[in-house]
Design a protein around this ligand. Structure first.
Ligand code: SAH
Ligand code: SF4
Ligand code: F3S
Length: 492
C-alpha cells in the first residue's frame, strides 16, 4: 500500500507545474501531508474542471483592448482556446473599465447576474481598471468571483490562475507598480491589418475628475528597442498600421532621460521600418505637445495627419478646476501652430460637460471653441463623479437633464461640422487603408485622417492601400469608388 501511495505521489507531483509545486510544498511544510493536500486542494478541482475554453470580454479603451490581446496570447499558450459563448467556457474573464459610473455599473450588473446562474460553475476573473479600483473588496459584493488581477499584473495571469486551481481560494494581485517584464509579443490580435502597440503606461497628470492615475499607476515608458522589435515583427506578419498607445504619449521617454529618446525621437525611429505604412498615436495631452512632434507629423511619410488632442472644456475656470494645466488661449495657440506646420491636420477631442459648478456661459465657451476648431472626431461625455478622485469631494451639482441637454447640443454641432467636412470632400481623391470586407460585401477602410470610407471592391484588397474617389457620405461614413491602379510597365 505504501509503495502504491509513493508511486502515485511521485507521478502526480511530476504533473504539477512550478506554482502548484510551491503551493503544495508550503501546505506540507505547514503540517499537512501530501495525500491530504492533494485531496483537499487539487484532485477534486482538477477532476471537476480542467480548463479548456475561455471567454473574455473587454470594456473601456484601447489600452484595455491591448491588455485583453496580451491575456488571450497567454491563455492560448497555456493550451486554452477562446470561445465567443459564455456558456461554453470554463474560464470567464471580464477586463473592466472604471472611467465613468456607467462603465462600472454595466460590468457589476453582468457579474451579479453570473452569480445567480448556478448551473455551471466556471472560474470567473475580473481584470482591468475596476479590478484596480476595487481590489479584493470585489469579493465581498461578488462572492462567486475567483480572482481579481490588476492592470499592473497582466504578466501574472497564469500564476494567479494556478493559485486559484490549486487552492480553490479567491485570489487577488493588484500591485501599484507596473511589472516592466510584460511580454507584449505574446499578444493575440483579432485585426489582421492594424495593431495597437503600447509605448507608455500610466498617467502622472492627475486631472481632478479622472481615475486613470489610480487604476493604471504612474507613467512608465517602454524601451524603444522593444517597441521597434514589436513593430518590425508586426510588419513581417503583414500588419500595415500601428497605433502607439499611452494616456499621454507626449510624455514618452521623460521618465527615462538616460534613453535619450523622446516621443518624436521614437517616431523617427519607427518611420524607418520598411513596410510600416501608417503610424498613429493617442492620446496627446495639450501641455506636452511639442514643435518637434508637429514637425515629425509634417515630415514623416508614415505618420498620419490626425491628432487626438482633448481640450475637455473651453472655460478657463473649469480647466483650472479640472487641473488640465493649460488655458483656452494656450490650447488655441498650440492648435494654430500645429495647423501652420501641418495645414492638412485633422483634430480630435474629448469633452466633459456638466463638470461641477459649470455654468451655462461656461458651457457655451466650450461650444464656441468646438465651433471654432471644427473637430473631426469628438468623444463627448457627461461628468461622472468617481470615488477616490479630488472632484469626488465636490458636489455633483449639475442636474442630469442639464448635462444631457449640453451633451446633445454638442453632439448636434459635431454632426453639423462632420457633414460640412464630408461635403467638402466630395469629388476628391483620398488614400484608404482597406481594413475589412463588410457583411454587405463592400470594403471598409480609413483615410489617413481617420475617416471611415466604404466602397465596392473584392476581398483580396484587404490590407492594401488604395486610392478612392469620394462620391457621397452618410452619417459617419464616406461613400467612394475605387480608382483602379495602373500596373507599372516594365521596360524589359
Ligand atoms: N488620457 C486621455 C484620456 C483618457 S480617459 C486624455 O487625457 O486625454 C478618456 C476620456 O474620458 C477623457 O479624456 C475624459 O474626457 C473622459 N473622462 C475621464 N474621466 C471622466 C469622468 N469622471 N466623467 C466623465 N468623463 C470622464
Ligand atoms: Fe485622466 Fe487626465 Fe491622465 Fe487623461 S491626462 S488619463 S484625463 S488624468
Ligand atoms: Fe477605462 Fe481604464 Fe481605459 S478606466 S478608459 S479602461 S484606462
Amino acid at each position: 500500500m505504501k509503495e502504491a501511495k509513493d508511486t502515485f505521489s511521485r507521478l502526480f507531483c511530476q504533473s504539477l507545474n512550478r506554482a502548484q509545486k510551491v503551493s503544495m510544498k508550503i501546505s506540507c511544510q505547514n503540517g499537512g501531508n501530501l495525500i491530504h493536500f492533494l485531496l483537499k486542494n487539487y484532485i477534486s478541482r482538477a477532476i471537476m474542471r480542467p480548463l479548456q475554453k475561455f471567454f473574455i470580454r473587454t470594456y473601456g479603451c484601447q489600452m484595455n483592448e491591448l491588455d485583453t490581446e496580451i491575456m488571450v496570447g497567454q491563455l492560448e499558450k497555456r493550451g486554452l482556446t477562446r470561445t465567443a459563448e459564455e456558456t461554453d467556457a470554463d474560464l470567464l474573464i471580464f477586463n473592466t473599465c472604471s472611467i465613468r459610473d456607467l462603465a462600472e455599473r454595466k460590468v457589476m450588473g453582468k457579474l451579479g447576474q453570473l452569480g445567480r446562474v448556478k448551473a455551471k460553475r466556471s472560474i470567473i476573473g475580473v481584470t482591468g481598471c475596476m479590478a484596480m479600483a476595487k481590489k479584493d473588496s470585489l469579493f465581498r459584493k461578488l462572492p462567486h468571483v475567483d480572482f481579481v488581477l490588476g492592470t499592473n499584473n497582466i504578466t501574472d495571469l497564469n500564476k494567479v490562475l494556478d493559485e486559484v486551481l490549486v487552492s480553490g481560494k479567491q485570489t487577488f494581485k493588484t500591485d501599484d507598480v507596473f511589472e516592466e517584464n510584460l511580454d507584449y509579443l505574446i499578444a493575440k490580435r483579432d485585426d489582421p491589418v492594424k495593431a495597437y502597440v503600447s509605448i507608455i503606461r500610466g498617467c502622472d497628470k492627475y486631472c481632478t475628475y479622472c481615475v486613470v492615475p489610480y487604476t493604471r499607476g504612474q507613467e512608465v515608458s517602454r524601451p524603444p528597442e522593444g517597441i521597434e522589435e514589436e513593430c518590425r515583427l508586426l510588419v513581417q506578419k503583414g500588419y500595415k498600421e500601428v497605433t502607439l498607445l499611452g494616456q499621454n504619449v507626449n510624455s514618452y521617454g521623460k521618465d527615462k532621460p538616460e534613453w535619450n529618446c523622446l516621443f518624436h525621437d521614437l517616431l523617427y525611429r519607427l518611420d524607418k521600418i520598411e513596410g510600416l505604412e501608417r503610424i498613429r498615436f493617442m492620446t496627446s495631452h495639450p501641455v506636452d505637445i511639442t514643435v518637434d512632434l508637429m514637425q515629425a507629423i509634417r515630415d514623416l511619410p508614415s505618420l498620419c495627419e490626425f491628432v487626438h488632442f482633448p481640450i475637455q472644456a473651453g472655460s478657463n475656470r473649469i480647466l483650472k478646476k479640472m487641473h488640465r494645466i493649460y488655458t483656452k488661449e494656450q490650447y488655441l495657440e498650440k492648435v494654430a501652430l500645429l495647423r501652420e506646420i501641418v495645414p492638412n491636420v485633422s483634430l480630435g477631442t474629448d469633452i466633459i460637460v456638466g463638470f461641477p459648478t459649470e455654468t451655462e456661459e461656461e458651457f457655451e465657451e466650450t461650444y464656441e471653441v468646438f465651433k471654432q476648431i471644427k473637430y473631426s472626431v469628438a468623444f463627448i461625455f457627461s461628468y461622472s463623479a468617481r470615488k477616490g478622485t479630488p472632484a469626488f469631494r465636490w458636489k455633483d451639482d449639475i442636474p442630469e437633464e442639464v448635462k444631457q441637454e449640453r451633451l446633445h447640443r454638442l453632439l448636434s454641432l459635431h454632426a453639423e461640422i462632420g457633414n460640412e467636412e464630408r461635403q467638402g470632400m466630395l469629388g476628391s481623391e483620398v488614400e484608404v487603408l482597406v481594413e475589412k470586407q463588410l457583411d454587405n460585401c463592400k470594403l471598409k477602410g480609413r483615410t489617413r485622417c481617420w475617416k471611415n470610407v466604404v466602397f465596392e471592391g473584392t476581398e483580396h484588397l484587404v490590407g492594401t492601400l488604395q486610392k478612392v474617389k469620394v462620391l457621397g457620405y452618410g452619417n459617419q461614413t464616406i461613400v467612394a469608388e475605387l480608382i483602379p491602379s495602373i500596373p507599372k510597365l516594365s521596360l524589359i
